[in-house]
Unconditional design. Structure first.
Lengths: 298, 146
């Protein structure tokens, strides 16, 4: 595989040398972030992907303030807002954690493939969710027309590519990252691998559930957590999905902080990973049995 | 205007011209300067000429104006005036799209991410512009090697 990497890198540099083109220098990120970020093609496409998702938020927010429509008890733009925010965070995470690999490996053929497929999936997901919201229609669980049914299954494939990128990045940090025994390294590996695998499992269960809704149980009072919109009344499968997916941020961040304060980061990160895995699977069984997270109305 | 061409026919021609420009912007390589010249200058220039003809003929000759929504609605009751307004969209959107494409190359934005921004500019002009400007706002200004 490293043989292929070498070839792909040398082809690009070779072409530029033959054509006597100067090496490309692009503008960098503001806020001094570029100091710790490389400028290879994978870092670049992930940086731009997160900026794109954030830019989507810029155009969705005015719509959120203008639009009074409601879909499934929620403001119609709540879902596009949540998705563009979440995908911004996802790609920023991939971008930052990928810096633990050497440039040759990061910009190699394996990660390039998974990076570009993930970005393509993100673009399709965000655009489709936004277009469906502006039409006042559901994007997920929509089988009303054959096109929407088809798009719903395509979104499933897109979601798989989104978590495949983080899963493969986790494996590559494990295999090729600098083996310094740091909490950041362990947190990145556990967060990316466990987070991706659990997310995929919960999301697939959620997608194939017979009721075709992220809620399990009969909704009467519509009690919800503000902003997040999770049900306080019936089982809500989005909660374990949330916990599992954000292990990708929590564990590396915990490891990094523990490293800085010279704690025994290894054991703490490991126990945090175990705790979050247990928490998400508890929330998952709770949601599947139709129970809310806070039993305030029983 | 040539009286033998109906507003509907002109609408069709203008739409086809703009679509060709957008297809070039989204799918074809940027290395060949002549190819990029078509959507950046040639088609917007042609559409602008068509606009000039229609606008100078129809926008001041009939009823209505730009003072209120009612005035604007009255003005665009005339099919040729409406067509002029539509071609204004097509010409300016394509020109802005070409500017976005060029500037995106300068900041090293992948063609994969450029595509949805350009399509957004094609469909909802200002939305695409805001998407691109927001992305560029997060980047520093650096002298770019060309």
């Amino acid at each position: 595989m490293s043989f292929l990497n070498n070839i792909s890198v040398s082809i690009v540099t070779g072409f530029r040398a033959i054509l006597r083109l100067p090496p490309i220098e692009y503008p960098k990120l503001r806020f001094g972030m570029s100091n710790c970020l490389d400028n290879d093609r994978v870092s670049r496409v992930w940086m731009m992907a997160s900026l794109f998702a954030l830019a989507m938020l810029v155009i969705i927010l005015p719509a959120y303030f203008f639009d009074n429509r409601v879909l499934n008890d929620a403001p119609i733009w709540a879902k596009p807002i949540k998705f563009s925010l979440a995908l911004t965070i996802h790609f920023v995470t991939l971008l930052i954690l990928a810096q633990q690999l050497e440039r040759q490996r990061r910009a190699g053929i394996t990660l390039t493939f998974f990076a570009y497929t993930a970005v393509a999936s993100m673009l399709c997901e965000v655009l489709y969710i936004t277009i469906q919201a502006s039409r006042g229609r559901q994007s997920h669980y929509n089988h009303e027309t054959s096109f929407e049914h088809f798009m719903y299954s395509m979104m499933g494939i897109g979601a798989v590519f989104l978590v495949l990128a983080s899963f493969v990045l986790g494996l590559m940090i494990w295999r090729y990252g600098k083996k310094d025994g740091s909490g950041l390294r362990l947190g990145s590996i556990l967060g990316l691998i466990l987070g991706s695998a659990l997310t995929l499992h919960y999301a697939m269960t959620m997608a194939n559930i017979s009721s075709q809704s992220h809620l399990v149980g009969q909704v009467v009072s519509h009690a919800k957590i503000p902003f997040l919109g999770w049900s306080l009344e019936v089982g809500d499968l989005r909660i374990p999905h949330f916990v599992a997916t954000h292990m990708m941020q929590i564990l590396p961040l915990a490891g990094w902080i523990l490293d800085r304060y010279k704690f025994r980061s290894k054991w703490l990160v490991l126990s945090l990973a175990l705790f979050l895995t247990a928490l998400s699977s508890y929330l998952f069984t709770l949601a599947l049995s139709g129970k809310p997270i806070l039993l305030n109305n029983l | 205007m040539n009286a033998s061409l109906t507003a509907e026919q002109l609408f069709g021609f203008a739409g086809q011209a703009a679509s060709i420009g957008w297809l070039i912007l989204v799918f074809l390589p940027r290395r060949i300067n002549f190819l990029f010249f078509i959507p950046q200058y040639f088609i917007p220039f042609g559409l602008s000429l068509l606009y000039a003809g229609l606008a100078l003929t129809y926008l001041n000759s009939g009823e209505g104006g730009f003072g209120s929504i009612g005035d604007v609605r009255t003005l665009f009751q005339n099919d040729f005036a409406l067509l002029a307004g539509w071609i204004h969209y097509l010409a300016f959107d394509l020109f802005v799209g070409a500017w976005i494409a060029r500037s995106s190359d300068e900041i090293g934005l992948s063609r994969l991410i450029q595509a949805p921004i350009l399509i957004a500019t094609f469909m909802f002009g200002p939305v695409g512009l805001v998407l691109f400007l927001s992305i560029r706002a997060a980047l520093t200004k650096v002298e770019v090697a060309r």
